[in-house]
Design a protein around this ligand. Structure first.
Ligand code: NAD
Length: 285
């Protein structure tokens, strides 16, 4: 049930691949709250995934675009403004991919050509999106832009690889552009740092199931789901958060503020049982 939080607002949702995608849930929730949206993804993703289904369900125009191409992004904004009948009020950047992760290149043996692609797809595309929007004057005053990030931007997570560098850059773009776009048109720009979530992109990370389980147990409120992330995005797109900008907003059940939980400590000690020296002292290192 919606509360008309986005009544009359227009938005663009990038990155819905299938019904597990965070962007899919966000698009559905935005429409439920009274918004009209357009959807965008790469031509390949549209062929491989089920975005067309979502576009039919939400009566939302689907615009193929590679988010690393400025030309493609110009097309997305032009066609969105035409389809929606004016400038947009909100944008979701829900795009991430690391060819190094895909090709199983570890962080100390990165292919630099692939690193450039990781950064271009997962972070620089956000800058391109904002620069194109600003040049085309495609966002209404007091509009809201969100990109999805992850806590590996601040703390090293096993297996997250060069995506950590991309997320750090993504969050920096939100701050740098947030200043410029905020000053000129009151457009707010934030990142939401989401719990590990079972999706196509998420599942590409090495040891992902253990990561999901560990953070779920470590967070006092448990992992945030994709549907809960969609709720948070709706609030951030609504007029209830007009002065929130240039922030990295943790949406992780409290995980980012935890050091050690009782349960984790108990488990940690248990895992060393039997690992004692001749005197019966536990060997820790
Ligand atoms: N799943 C998680 O655990 C998790 C946690 C925190 C943040 N995030 C972030 O959430 C966002 C969405 O990911 P998801 O988990 O919903 O997975 P997903 O695989 O459903 O979405 C990733 C999307 O990126 C799109 N994409 C890839 N390359 C592109 C390009 N060149 N141009 C345009 N689109 C492109 C894909 O087609 C796909 O739709 C990503 O930024 C991801 O890093 C995910």
């Amino acid at each position: 049930m919606g509360n008309n939080l986005l009544k009359g607002k227009r938005g663009i949702i990038f990155g819905a691949l299938n019904d597990m995608s965070i962007a899919w849930k966000v698009a559905e929730r935005c429409v439920e709250e009274g918004a009209t949206v357009t959807l965008s993804n790469t031509a390949l993703a549209i062929r491989m995934g089920t975005t067309t289904e979502l576009s039919e369900k939400l009566n939302a125009k689907l615009i193929p675009a590679d988010a690393t191409s400025v030309e493609d992004l110009e097309k997305v904004f032009a066609e969105s403004m035409e389809a929606l009948g004016g400038k947009v009020d909100f944008i979701l950047h829900s795009i991430g991919m690391s060819p190094n992760v895909r090709k199983k290149r570890p962080y100390d043996d990165l292919d630099y050509g692939l690193l450039n692609q990781t950064l271009d797809i997962s972070a620089i595309s956000f800058h391109k999106m904002l620069q194109v929007a600003k040049k085309m004057d495609a966002i209404n005053d007091w509009g809201s832009v969100i990109a999805l990030s992850y806590g590996a931007a601040q703390r090293t997570m096993y297996g997250y690889n060069d995506m950590a560098d991309a997320k750090a850059m993504l969050e920096s773009v939100a701050r740098s552009f947030g200043y410029i776009y905020g000053r000129s048109q009151n457009v707010r720009i934030n990142t939401i740092s989401q719990s590990p979530t079972v999706t196509t992109a998420g599942s590409g990370i090495k040891g992902f199931d253990s990561l999901v389980d560990f953070s779920d147990r470590m967070s006092p409120l448990g992992n945030a789901t994709a549907a809960e992330c969609a709720d948070y995005c709706v609030v951030m797109f609504s007029d209830l958060t007009k002065k929130v900008t240039m922030q990295n907003l943790y949406h992780d059940g409290g995980y980012s503020s935890m050091g050690m939980s009782f349960r984790a400590m108990e488990q940690y000690i248990k895992s060393f049982e039997g690992l004692t020296d001749e005197q019966g002292n536990i060997i820790y290192g």
